[in-house]
Design a protein around this ligand. Structure first.
Ligand code: KG4
Ligand code: ZN
Length: 359
């Protein structure tokens, strides 16, 4: 089974070819990702119109490149999969229409993929893990703790009630005059700072519900920065260190409760797994914190390679592979959806499942 995948839901244009062999082992034959970061950087966040236009300009070339690198023609793929949501509607239309057109012309089955399902199934491509497992998705547009129970069977345990975690890093960076995207900049400054000089809030820490909240933390950073103005480099480093420490502490609390919840729900699972995905998973301090938490609780910790944690089309192709193995193809009149929760039963929360508008 070989699937061509297409991803255009935010600010990365991506195409990939992924195969699954007879033993169920996945293999990435090609994965091309073109980031638009430079196009959006002057605005301090993703601008939807710029994103959509940039996808149109490069997508067909990227698909050609993905097929070429996989040494394959369109005839040799078994299905086409494209992200249908959630995300920025302009970009989704570009990728979905392209995927449908290719599927129609090449007469291949078409799969409309939920971007979050792509992230959720990635560890089955990289590590062949079995259901059920826990997924912590922390990116610029999403912050969710999801119980991955089976293919198409997801339960959201918690989500952000305001900003996504990557968004909180980006906004904090902006407040402190650091460039976009802010995550790596804040991490760099934090490594030089003193986390104990300032104390910042730990939103929702200690609460039974498994949700996240980061806008209060960002406001606290703003107030602190205003009081200290003009900021020295040491001030910036110390604020970043305090911010990152508060995030680590909050994640620690939220995630350890989720691990306990998983144990209670699935007492028979011998080696439970926590998977982390999303751009924020690049943060070494947060990764170490999650790794330690898992070791201390008897969980295996999986962080897919960075190129598969951030947005890519291999995860969309893989979700197509998994779906093609169990489900009928989607109809070509399926529409893109800017909001599309993985768990259709969970109550919508403001800010959750939102992408873009990071500025
Ligand atoms: O998954 P991703 O590449 O893209 C989307 O959200 O679409 O995530 C990007 C986010 C940005 O908000 C960026 O600031 C954050 O991930 N990020 C980080 C780090 N590297 C990237 N946040 C914290 N620490 C990092 N080292
Ligand atoms: Zn993503």
């Amino acid at each position: 089974m070989r699937v061509l995948g297409i991803e255009t839901s935010c600010d990365e244009t991506a195409a990939a070819v992924v195969e699954r062999d007879h033993n169920g082992q996945g293999r990435i034959l090609s994965s091309v990702v073109l980031s638009q970061i430079d196009d959006h950087a002057p605005y301090g966040g993703v601008v939807p119109e710029i994103a959509a236009r940039a996808h149109v300009e490069v997508l067909d070339r990227l698909i050609g490149q993905a097929l070429h690198e996989a040494h394959m023609t369109l005839d040799e793929v078994d299905a086409v999969a494209a992200t249908a949501g959630p995300g920025l509607i302009g970009g989704l239309i570009v990728g979905l229409m392209t995927g449908k057109a290719i599927a129609m012309v090449a007469q291949k089955p078409f799969y409309a993929i939920n971007h979050l399902e792509g992230h959720a199934l990635t560890p089955r491509l990289t590590d062949q893990i079995d259901f059920p497992y826990l997924l912590l998705l922390v990116s610029g547009g999403h912050t969710q703790m999801v119980l991955v129970k089976g293919l198409g069977d997801y339960e959201r345990l918690g989500t952000t009630i305001d900003d996504a975690l990557g968004e909180a890093f980006d906004k904090t960076a902006k407040l402190l005059g650091l460039p976009y995207p802010g995550g790596p900049e804040v991490e760099k400054a934090a490594s030089l700072g003193d986390p104990s000089r300032f104390s910042l809030p730990r939103p929702l820490k200690g609460e039974e519900r498994l949700d996240f909240s980061f806008s209060g933390l960002k406001t606290a950073v703003r107030q602190l920065a205003t009081t200290l103005e003009p900021l020295s480099q040491t001030d910036v480093n110390d604020i970043c260190a305090a911010f990152q420490a508060a995030v680590a502490d909050t994640l620690n609390d939220r995630v350890s409760r989720s691990l306990a919840r998983f144990r209670a729900r699935f007492p028979g699972v011998k080696e439970p797994v926590l998977v982390v995905a999303g751009g924020v998973a690049a943060n070494k301090v947060l990764r170490t914190c999650l790794q330690d938490l898992c070791s201390g609780n008897g969980f295996r910790f999986i962080a897919p390679p960075m190129a598969l944690c951030t947005d890519n089309a291999a995860m969309i192709a893989w979700a197509g592979v998994e779906r093609a193995g169990h489900m009928a193809a989607d109809s070509l009149d399926i529409a893109p959806r800017s909001r599309w929760p993985l768990d259709m039963q969970s109550a919508p929360l403001i800010g959750a499942g939102r992408r873009g508008a990071k500025a």
